[in-house]
Ligand binder design. Structure first.
Ligand code: AMP
Length: 372
């Protein structure tokens, strides 16, 4: 391999992909796979998904296959990206065990995702859920990774990965690189119905937009997303830097808004809508900016926002954006139904290639520790 930059990311096969997964990680991955200097590893995190709610073997198998089809339909090319299945590289669980012995319980206890998931699956707070970030660290470190494209929810886990790399290096000698997180411009897409929380499948089907939702469903969901009466806001500040390409939105409530007990949720809802608008309908979003956006800050007059129109445009542009992927998905699904195995063969081949790297790393790790 002569690529200089190793990029690794994983996605759980636990149901449909939503636009949070897409904007937080997948869109970035598709762009990165086309840059010559990158070597991309993207795995279907089947081991990780076992820490969620249990499903039958048939459902799990279908979820794994569907995620592969969905990623390829969206533009992940398994010949350019090493798209593979996590459990095809069992060495990660061996490395995870070794990293477990370097991980203080307290570090895992304070993980936000563990706390959140524990409240959602009260009857199933398993050790896998607790240990999830250590397996994730093994997944990343085993490929000598430089960058990890993830959503903001994974930053805490990535920090642990970096800590474990440092700990291992100082205890046993230089071995692991400290990987960097690669955040997209939209690293945290919020729930449509409860925008204080991130978009996630666990908050009910109206709270997220599935990448492969039927157009009429997407339009319905966008229509019922939280928005607010214009009089609750004094101004909306959109900051944009051409240099760093960073963008942000700040919503200042009016006197009336400050008295509204729901104001935090309403601000989060409008911010989320405008953020999605900027992503999916950049031209229409620009029209909201008056005067012309300049380097620095632009004010959006809240009185000028017509949520009905914004939601209609947003629903349409999301549907147009994913139309080619919906078509590709139909085509690939048909090929699978006809017994054409090329895609799965390629995934297996990719798993073998990934495993060869993992085996080499694990051997070095064992030697450093003194395991015979
Ligand atoms: P998961 O479904 O947990 O395997 O997540 C797959 C990827 O999507 C990870 O990189 C997450 O950080 C990212 N992701 C999940 N939810 C969101 C969200 N609401 N906003 C942005 N990124 C997200």
């Amino acid at each position: 391999m002569n690529a200089s930059k190793i990029i690794v990311s994983g996605i759980q096969p636990s149901g449909e992909l939503h636009i949070g997964n897409y904007l937080g990680a997948i869109k970035n991955l598709i762009a990165l796979q086309n840059e010559e200097q990158n070597s991309l590893f993207l795995f279907v995190a089947d081991y990780h998904s076992l820490s969620g709610d249990p499903v039958t073997a048939d459902i799990k198998r279908a979820q794994i296959e569907q995620l592969i089809i969905d990623l390829v339909s969206l533009g992940i090319d398994p010949e350019k990206t090493t798209l593979f299945i996590q459990s095809h590289v069992p060495e990660v669980t061996e490395l995870a065990w070794i990293l477990n012995t370097l991980t203080p319980m307290g570090e895992l206890e304070r993980m936000t995702q563990f706390k959140d998931k524990s409240t959602h699956q009260k009857e199933n707070i398993n050790v896998g859920l607790f240990d999830y970030p250590v397996l994730q660290a093994a997944d990343i470190l085993i490929y000598d990774t430089s960058s990890v494209p993830v959503g903001e929810d994974q930053l805490q886990h990535l920090e642990l990965t970096r800590t474990l790399a440092r700990k291992f290096n100082s205890r046993y000698g230089d071995m692991f690189k400290e990987p960097q997180a690669l955040l997209s411009p939209t690293p945290r897409v919020m729930s449509l119905t409860d925008p204080i929380h991130k978009m996630s499948k666990s908050h009910g089907s109206n709270s997220y937009i599935g990448v492969f939702d039927e157009p009429s469903i997407t339009e319905e969901k966008v229509k019922s997303a939280v928005s607010a009466d214009n009089s609750l806001f004094e101004k909306i500040i959109y900051s944009h830097s051409e240099v760093s390409a960073e963008e942000s939105l700040e919503i200042i409530p009016s006197e009336k808004g400050r008295q509204n007990p729901e104001i935090e949720t309403l601000i989060a809802g409008v911010k989320n809508l405008l953020t999605l608008y900027r992503e999916f309908a950049p031209e229409q979003f620009k029209k909201l900016l008056a005067p012309e956006p300049v380097e620095g800050q632009t004010i959006i007059d809240p009185q000028s926002l017509r949520y009905g129109e914004i939601k209609k445009n947003l629903g349409e542009t999301i549907n147009n954006h994913f139309a080619p992927a919906r078509e590709a998905r139909k085509e690939i699904t048909l090929q699978q139904a006809q017994g054409k195995q090329q895609l799965l063969d390629q995934i297996i081949k990719n798993g073998i290639a990934a495993r060869a790297i993992a085996q080499k790393t694990l051997q070095e790790v064992k030697t450093k520790i003194g395991l015979l």
